[in-house]
Write a protein that binds this ligand. Structure first.
Ligand SMILES: [Zn+2]
Length: 266
């Protein structure tokens, strides 16, 4: 059977999915989140970027993209409107059950394209359970986190440029979804002292006399009025193109390595 020229699993009929599974492709499963990223970025940002990255990777590497899971776990942003968050237990269960269903449909090679920090624990736990219970080896790619690692030389001071709603995600969004970015609404956010604490990130505070930070489990809305950290003024589509090139480059190399090590004759 000739399959239609699409890299989207959801566009195939069940008979075509059956045929595809016999070819042992790699399935990319995008998982996002619906949460605030400051006044200038859309709440479904993590989801649309996960899907965009997965689509590009599938086209370039001959993989297929499963329909995306647009909801994730955003426990630290509950104080902001639009925080449509699943619990960790729900996300872990849904992720595991999607992997299990893919295996029942005949697939055995799955890479999760997860684009939210709050998802990491539940999604990795689901993948490890799948390894134990189903025998499949699940891969995990986290584009936003990879961008932090791969873009450091682009900024004078990555520590100041990087942040939630700031770099490099602001630039990446300007390159991928310029119509959904309202840069004119971006406001320098920063972190505000809360009840005597000196916050340094989402759930961390400075401890006097020490370089090591302490963990404090407040809601992020208690220490940030805008929801942003980092420098929101540095966003540019040009920088976003560098993000795309480097993140896609790394993810493609990862997929090739996964392919080499999971093919039937590996
Ligand atoms: Zn996010």
């Amino acid at each position: 059977m000739t399959l239609p020229s699409t890299h989207r699993l959801g566009e195939l009929s069940w008979t075509q999915v059956k045929e595809l599974a016999e070819r042992d492709p790699i399935i990319l499963l995008p998982i996002g989140a619906v949460e605030q990223h400051g006044p200038h970025l859309p709440i479904h940002e993590d989801s649309i970027v996960a899907e965009w990255v997965a689509d590009k990777l599938a086209k370039e590497n001959g993989c297929y993209v499963a329909p995306a899971l647009h909801y994730g776990h955003s426990g630290v942003f509950r104080g902001f409107n639009g925080n449509l968050s699943l619990s960790q237990a729900t996300l872990r269960a849904v992720t595991y059950e999607i992997i299990e269903a893919l295996v029942q449909s005949g697939f055995r090679r799955v890479i999760i394209v997860n684009n939210n920090g709050g998802n990491v624990g539940p999604v990795i736990d689901a993948g490890l359970q799948a390894r134990h219970d189903l025998g499949v080896l699940v891969g995990h790619l986290y584009p936003w986190q990879l961008g932090y690692a791969l873009m450091r030389d682009v900024y004078d001071d990555p520590a100041k440029a990087y942040g939630h709603g700031a770099e490099p995600e602001h630039s990446a969004m300007l390159a991928m979804f310029p119509d959904q970015v309202q840069s004119e609404l971006a406001v320098a956010g920063g972190l505000a002292s809360s009840s005597g604490w000196s916050p340094t990130s989402y759930t961390e505070a400075a401890i006097p006399g020490h370089d090591v930070r302490g963990t404090v489990l407040w809601d992020f809305s208690e220490v940030s009025a805008t929801g942003c950290t980092g420098d929101v003024s540095l966003g540019s589509a040009k920088t976003g193109e560098i993000w795309i090139e480097r993140v896609i480059g790394f993810c493609s190399a990862y997929i090739q390595e996964y392919d080499r090590n999971t093919s039937v004759d590996a």
